[in-house]
Design a protein around this ligand. Structure first.
Ligand SMILES: [Zn+2]
Ligand SMILES: [Zn+2]
Length: 333
């Protein structure tokens, strides 16, 4: 059988891993230099117009706010449909055996297949992208995704995507909001704090955001609120999320306990439970849990810990391709 184009050679990888470990002081220097370069990018882009609203055309006369759903495609890729919007998160369509790039020559092997291929993706209104890592926006997506598709992401990712030729980029800093209108529905997307690892390592990894999606009806009421954590640990600033955005209806938790150079850089099972307690969503769906070989915290650990914490009834565990259905907030029905 012909191997996937990105299939690795085990001996090359271990050699490469060894080189990376030896080159760690150099990596730190590179990371400092690259963060300076990114800072300059931001400065350079500061004169450009930052768009805070987006108008999408709609064929529907009236929007149905009664129910919605999401399909878990794999890793952090979710297709979300509600209030006339179809939203794609963190598009990653690599297949089993292919390598995703994590920067500095580091790669991670995909262990699963996505529930659909990029070619099978139905038309979407926009992409919400938490950060620019290969397991969230892979090389295939970089090549093939429609350049005119609106992408809502961090300022750093927007700058890099701009250089790749993507044209409709909406960057969000923490607590900044983009207002999207389609028909008589409004979607407010707000950047949430996220930190991809402990402070020193996080500075060397891509800038990351969580996002809050508020679906608002013509009367101005929030009918459903979805929090997507992004790749983050639970740190101090996460406490501000429930203060500013209480009543989260659904949380999508990026778990996996991702380990890079021996350091955990995304929530593991225990952190996932901590996040559930802090943000207190009515319901939650774990994603980003078994797709890559850098994920070291099995979902079964999280399942056990949420049971022990008495939170089990708030969780739905989806396999790839499964759909979660939801209804709008009771007070809006
Ligand atoms: Zn990441
Ligand atoms: Zn990730």
């Amino acid at each position: 059988m012909k191997p996937w184009p990105g299939r690795r050679n085990a001996s090359t990888l271990s050699l490469r891993a060894l080189c990376v470990l030896r080159a760690w002081p150099l990596l730190l220097l590179v990371s400092l230099l690259s963060s300076t370069a990114l800072a300059q990018d931001k400065q350079g882009a500061s004169g450009a117009t930052v768009h805070r609203s987006l108008m999408l055309s709609s064929a529907a006369a009236e929007t149905d706010f009664s129910e919605g759903s999401l399909v878990f495609i794999g890793n952090a890729t979710v297709l979300l449909e509600f209030a006339g919007f179809r939203i794609l998160t963190d598009p990653n369509f690599l297949h089993r055996g292919e390598l995703a790039h994590l920067g500095y020559g580091l790669t991670t092997e995909r262990l699963t297949n996505p529930a659909m291929s990029l070619d099978q993706l139905p038309p979407v209104d926009l992409v919400v992208l938490s950060h620019l890592h290969g397991d969230h926006f892979d090389q295939l997506v970089q090549q093939k995704l429609d350049r005119d598709l609106p992408i809502v992401t961090t300022p750093d990712a927007a700058a890099q995507l701009g250089r790749m030729g993507f044209k409709r980029l909406f960057s969000l800093g923490t607590w900044e909001t983009l207002t999207v209108r389609k028909g008589d529905a409004t979607l407010r997307i707000t950047g949430m704090p996220a930190r991809h690892g402990p402070p020193v390592l996080a500075a060397a990894l891509p800038e990351t955001m969580g996002s809050m999606l508020d679906f608002v009806n013509p009367g101005g009421a929030v009918t459903y609120r979805i929090y997507i954590t992004g790749d983050t640990l639970v740190f101090d600033a996460i406490k501000d999320i429930p203060r500013r955005y209480p009543d989260v209806d659904l949380a999508l938790l990026h778990l996996g306990g991702t380990r890079v150079l021996g350091v955990t850089v995304t929530m593991d099972a225990a952190e996932g439970v901590k996040m559930m307690r802090l943000v207190a969503p009515r319901h939650a769906v774990p994603i980003h849990y078994n797709d890559y070989d850098v994920f070291k915290s099995p979902l079964s650990d999280f399942e056990r810990m949420v049971r022990e914490a008495g939170l089990a009834e708030r969780l739905t565990f989806l396999k790839h391709g499964q759909r979660y259905r939801f209804v709008q907030r009771p007070e809006q029905r």
